[in-house]
Ligand binder design. Structure first.
Ligand SMILES: [Zn+2]
Length: 302
């Protein structure tokens, strides 16, 4: 059997045919066109998925379903994308209904961080874990939690949205209205913003990290502080959920050892339960294609 995985993002949509072992047979990426109404964009997604099935010679009868990962907030139970901040014109869009009526196949919707957590559970860093947290740190920060072997969805599928947990109000006001949210401080966007302020010139996240690696005397202590704050967030996750492991993915996690060592040091000191201080902190394994694989996993793991 096969599944179609659809990963909707603020700038692009990835669509793939995935087999039962998680192998991507064929994939296509189309731009997220915000100048058209969501139903027009969904029509393009449907057409692209159909083309991929035709190209790969996969007939509908061997397709188990279509899984969609989307930025939240959403309502996974009713199949509606509700208020994603980075898809400004997508408000209360009944995507599942539109895709289902086109293909007449089962369609599942999950928020993208939860879908990526599914992918890590299926094929990545959390294969052996029943209780783990997946945290993604890229343009935004999100998370997906597995508890007792099951994805923790919440009443509408938005559980795990830790990006807007307040860490330290002194860092200033987040676009959500609160002061000092984790995402405002430690996301790629936050790092580019604050790094640019400190450098006195416009820097991309990657350039801020280059200066960190070169030992820049303003950027280095600042990035070390960001790593500590990610540690603070991990301690809250450990104290709340008692996971065996925390898997960290997303672009910012690519910085690797300095981040993971700082987070481990913080967790070893401050997790409340001495056993919780030993929680494994590891890098995600599926950053490439994690979105479409996770979306396809939604179909195989029902
Ligand atoms: Zn916020």
């Amino acid at each position: 059997m096969y599944a179609i995985g659809v990963d909707i993002g603020g700038t692009k949509v990835a669509i793939a045919v995935v087999d039962e072992t998680g192998k991507v047979l064929i994939e296509e990426v189309i731009p997220t066109d915000k100048t058209v109404d969501p139903p027009v964009m969904i029509e393009r997604i449907n057409k692209t998925a159909e083309e991929l099935m035709n190209k790969s010679g996969i007939e509908k009868k061997v397709v188990k379903g279509i899984g969609i990962g989307s930025p939240g907030p959403l309502d996974s139970k009713n199949g509606i994308i509700t208020y994603p901040p980075n898809l400004e014109n997508w408000r209360n869009v009944p995507i599942v209904e539109q895709v289902k009526s086109y293909f007449n196949l089962p369609v599942t919707l999950e928020n993208d961080a939860n879908a990526a957590a599914m992918a890590e559970k299926w094929l990545g860093a959390a294969k052996e874990n029943e209780d783990f947290a997946y945290i993604t740190i890229s343009t935004g920060i999100g998370a997906g939690f597995f508890a007792e072997g099951k994805l923790l969805g919440g009443s509408r599928g938005n559980a795990g949205d830790i990006g807007h947990t307040v860490i330290d109000p002194s860092y200033g006001q987040c676009p959500c209205g609160q002061y000092g949210c984790l995402e405002y401080i430690a996301s790629g966007t936050g790092i580019a913003r604050r790094g640019s302020e400190l450098a006195g010139e416009e820097l991309a996240t990657q350039q801020v990290f280059e200066r960190y690696h070169n030992g820049d005397n303003k950027i280095k202590p600042y990035i070390e502080d960001v790593f500590r704050i990610i540690g603070v967030a991990c301690v809250s996750v450990i104290n709340t959920l008692d996971p065996e492991k925390i898997v960290i993915g997303g672009g910012v996690s690519k910085v690797g050892a300095p981040l993971f060592n700082a987070v481990k040091d913080y967790v070893r000191q401050y997790a409340l339960n001495p056993d919780g201080r030993k929680t494994e902190i590891v890098q995600a394994q599926l950053d490439q294609n994690a979105g479409v694989i996770g979306a396809a996993a939604l179909c195989f793991n029902e």
